[in-house]
Design a protein around this ligand. Structure first.
Ligand code: URA
Length: 198
């Protein structure tokens, strides 16, 4: 069994917060184990809770269009959420729920080791930029020790606030450059290792 499949079984059995009682299906995330790009949303909504898959409702359709604009299909990227079960009435996730679920996202990132993490919305952004506001940092890549993080507005924001649509589309169009930068950095590290410099 692959490391990811094993992890999905564990997530499916999770009872570490109250949300487990009310979920229809857990939504662990999906995508290839060797994905370079890892997208992190907020929480499953009604559609996701029905299907057990991330971003399959209206926000997901927009996300698919955004990926298409840079020549990517959703099967080529990894997609997960900060929390794996739907909060009732789609309310915001609570700090306790985020805390209880954190280990699952940590493990997913550890297994996949993506080159670039794209945070979608405030909740996933807070993992990497806890003291920033999204209006200031969206569309600006920042390097952490072994990954580049790229914050974006949540695709659902464009559905509620039309003026954000163009901003989200423009931010998405920069992702190929961010990925190329991450690849160059990874190559430099391999070369330095081969030369015994690291
Ligand atoms: N919004 C999210 O943040 N995640 C989903 O999976 C769907 C909608």
């Amino acid at each position: 069994m692959s490391a990811l499949t094993e992890l999905y079984h564990k997530i499916a059995g999770c009872q570490d917060c109250e949300l487990a009682k009310y979920r229809n299906k857990v939504v662990p995330g999906e995508g290839p184990e060797d994905a370079d790009l890892f997208l992190i949303g907020e929480a499953p909504g009604w559609h996701e809770d029905q299907q057990g898959r991330p971003f399959v409702g209206p926000a997901g359709q927009f996300l698919d269009q955004l990926l298409d604009s840079i020549g990517l299909r959703r099967e080529e990227v990894y997609i997960a959420n900060v929390i794996k079960c739907r909060p009732s009435q789609n309310r915001d996730p609570l700090p306790l729920e985020i805390q209880a679920c954190r280990k699952w996202l940590d493990l997913q990132i550890e297994i996949i080791r993506p080159k670039v993490i794209v945070t979608l919305g405030r909740y996933s952004m807070a993992r990497y930029f806890p003291h920033e506001t999204i209006s200031k940092v969206h569309g600006r890549a920042r390097k952490f020790s072994d990954v580049i993080c790229y914050p974006m507005y949540h695709p659902a924001a464009a559905l509620h606030q039309g003026s954000l649509r163009r901003i989200i589309e423009a931010d998405m169009l920069q992702i190929p450059q961010v990925l190329a930068q991450a690849e160059r950095t990874a190559e430099t590290i391999v070369q330095a290792q081969q030369l015994g410099l690291l």
